[in-house]
Design a protein around this ligand. Sequence first.
Ligand code: SF4
Length: 99
Amino acid sequence: MTIAVAKLRVEDKLYQNRYLVDPGRPHIKVRPHQWPSTNLLALTRVCPAKCYELNEKGQVEITVDGCLECGTCRLLCEKSGDIEWNYPQGGFGVLFKFG
Ligand code: SF4
């Protein structure tokens, strides 16, 4: 007997979530810098929502739309001051769809 198993990618599951943008009030900010620290640079690879990117000057920028509030960047970079991390205010941010 063969059991059919549907393969679902993580990206497909994440697509089910919704995100409510709080215009002009990003809940995570990157400290202005000339060159990123090693940990700050790592965020361009480890953020599951791909919120961090390098700009043309080699500095790390964030677009919080789509942030999953997983806390990975907070663990890596808040203590050093590379980023300032807060939860979005009530009613904004990610809305997870379960199931
Ligand atoms: S909390 Fe998670 S998803 Fe949000 S920006 Fe940080 S690493 Fe990315």
